[in-house]
Design a protein around this ligand. Structure first.
Ligand code: MF3
Ligand code: CO
Ligand code: CO
Length: 253
């Protein structure tokens, strides 16, 4: 449980978050163009690092709590924090989440999407579409006076209505000059519970939705989280700000 206080950002700080968020979204677009059967996840990581530096930014994940690479690449049963590797070659039918977080002028832009490698199976296609809709529904709950629990409730109701499950072990997070801070944003929960949202709060919503069980296991590398039943998992993430009358998505290109 995070005990930091929730920081309210000034309009000047939100503008910096917008710049970081825009670069993050553009980086993700750029990396999407590399996805095809035969490429390794390390090649995508190396291009992410090169592109980020060329745009005058830094990769927040690199060296974060000892994380060894610049982005996370989570393929198929990997729930999150997959480490790019030369040995991991994308193949037809895979799904891959790419999660990027550049730092621009001290502020973090955190966003991820799940992409298809070639043509997906019907199940993979449905899971990825439902997960993107979960993020959209979570974001739609954000406005002053709403509660953090409203976000998770909207996500959980939709995911479970489609026969999928919501990961509990990882949550969205406050983000600004600090990568991960208060508040925590669970992707499950009950309406009307949790802290009230206020203008100036900035956080991520990043639902991880599983085909089978919501339970995860950690691999021996200490980072990679996989589904316990090794069925598929998908994720989408945006960084959002609570505005005077609703929500602004900061990680749009
Ligand atoms: N970007 C991830 C998130 O959404 C965090 C990655 S931290 C790392 O919060 F160390 F694993 F890279
Ligand atoms: Co992220
Ligand atoms: Co995040």
């Amino acid at each position: 449980m995070k005990t930091e206080t929730i920081v309210l950002l000034s309009s000047r700080e939100i503008e910096k978050m917008r710049k970081a968020g825009r670069l993050a979204a553009k980086l993700l677009q750029h990396l999407e163009s590399m996805i095809k059967p035969g490429i390794s996840t390390l090649e995508i990581d190396e291009e992410a690092e090169r592109w980020t530096q060329a745009h005058g930014a830094k990769s927040a994940p690199l060296g974060y709590k000892g994380y060894p690479r610049s982005i996370c690449t989570s393929v198929n049963e990997v729930v999150c924090h997959g480490i790019p590797s030369a040995k991991q070659i994308l193949k037809e039918g895979d799904i891959i989440n790419i999660d990027v977080t550049p730092i621009v002028d001290g502020y973090h832009g955190d966003t991820s999407k799940t992409f298809f490698v070639g043509t997906p199976s019907p199940t993979a296609k449905k899971l990825v579409e439902v997960t993107e809709e979960c993020l959209r529904r979570g974001i739609a709950e954000v406005k002053p006076g709403a509660r953090i629990g409203d976000i998770g409730a909207a996500i959980q109701e939709y995911a479970e209505s489609q026969g999928f499950s919501v990961v509990r072990n990882f949550v969205g997070h406050g983000i600004h000059r600090v990568f991960h801070t208060a508040p925590e944003i669970p992707h499950y929960g009950r309406r009307g519970t949790g802290k009230k949202l206020r203008p100036g709060m900035v956080f991520t919503i990043e639902p991880m939705i599983n085909e089978g069980t919501w339970e995860v296991e950690m691999l021996d590398d200490g980072w990679t989280a996989v589904t316990r039943d090794r069925k598929l998992s998908a994720q989408f993430e945006h960084t959002v700000a609570v505005t005077e009358d609703g929500v602004e998505i900061l990680t749009l290109p």
